[in-house]
Design a protein around this ligand. Structure first.
Ligand code: FAD
Length: 287
């Protein structure tokens, strides 16, 4: 099923997972998926190794299994700057042969150690290219606080419009901890003529170090309430996890009450946390 059609039925609720590290057996992700499937997300997206370290095989294999074994619609992430058009064509063919209909088209982060291949500069070019290669439903990424490469938010939103005009049928946002940034971004997007559904990316804090690394990479602001919580429970992992779950639930309730198109939960492959959040917000999202 095409993800774009899911928005017609109401608020979409999706999960994001990542393939296990090269040194770990791929089976561990299937143990996680065994638990995630019971939570009945509308779709599950599978990331693609960041920073040029990627390989399409795990993403394709896991996405295929999500569909075939668990009966859930998958979306495969695909970053383009480290690929030629021929390489992307081969990956798309593989996706198609594995029944993958939904792609999150991305530029990818620029790794200073891996020079980009220069055939794709922006995700919008990938979206345009995919359109010529098959009948995929294509999503794009968006940034409620602006993308780190473009300090001018207005320009960033205008660039986003190009991605939508190229054929992205919905957008998934970068994580954020202050919903006001998301509301303000959605307003700017609408003013710019972006009329596709926008899912809000929510990342529950489960571990102080990982969240600090994420935040330093993507530039998300930490509201005082959130920073205090991390500080208070930094040496108590269970309390920090519970506080992080409560914070994410609070964000989601507010977003859904304000009519958000969808919630994309960055599960970090943690089925326990995904379960607790889903149990708390299930009726609210489906209500
Ligand atoms: P783009 O849309 O190309 O934007 C990148 C920058 O270029 C922005 O600053 C934008 O304003 C600017 N820009 C765009 N078009 C133009 C133009 N025509 N002229 C001038 N400037 C322009 N990375 C991975 O490697 N693997 C993943 O699996 C992955 N999953 C992600 C999932 C989500 C939901 C999100 C939000 C990000 C994900 N990323 C992933 C990270 C992403 O690759 C980076 O954030 C990357 O730096 C930008 O990708 P993009 O697709 O948003 O790029």
């Amino acid at each position: 099923m095409r993800i774009r059609d899911m928005f017609e039925k109401g608020t979409v609720f999706s999960f994001e997972i990542f393939p296990p590290k090269k040194t770990a057996p791929v089976e561990i992700i299937y143990n996680t998926l065994e638990e995630l499937k019971d939570l009945k997300p509308d779709f599950i997206s599978v990331t693609y190794g960041a920073g040029g370290s990627g390989n399409s095989v795990p993403t394709c294999e896991i996405a295929h299994t999500i569909k075939e074994r668990y009966g859930i619609e998958p979306a495969a992430h695909l970053p383009c700057i480290n690929y030629t058009k021929d390489e992307i064509t081969a990956i798309l063919k593989d996706f198609e042969e594995h029944g993958i209909e939904n792609i999150l088209a991305l530029r990818g982060d620029i790794n200073p150690d891996i020079p980009p291949k220069k055939e794709f500069k922006y995700a919008s070019e990938l979206v345009e290219f995919i359109k010529t290669k098959g009948d995929f439903d294509i999503a794009g990424a968006c940034y409620p606080e602006g993308h780190v490469d473009t300090p001018d938010m207005v320009q960033d939103v205008l660039n986003l419009k190009k991605k939508v005009d190229a054929g992205a049928s919905h957008l998934i946002s970068q994580l954020f901890f202050d919903n006001q940034y998301f509301y303000s971004f959605v307003e700017k997007a609408k003013i710019a003529g972006i009329n596709v559904p926008i899912e809000a990316g929510i990342m529950p804090v489960t571990n102080k170090k990982s969240i600090e690394r994420m935040v330093s990479m993507c530039g998300a602001s930490l509201p005082p309430k959130f920073a205090k919580m991390m500080q208070k429970y930094e040496n108590n992992p269970e309390a920090l996890r519970d506080a992080g779950i409560a914070y994410a639930i609070d964000q989601i309730v507010d977003l859904v009450s304000n009519g958000v198109d969808g919630i994309h939960l960055y599960t970090m492959n943690n089925a326990y946390v995904a379960r607790r959040i889903t149990e708390a917000v299930g009726n609210i999202i489906r209500g």
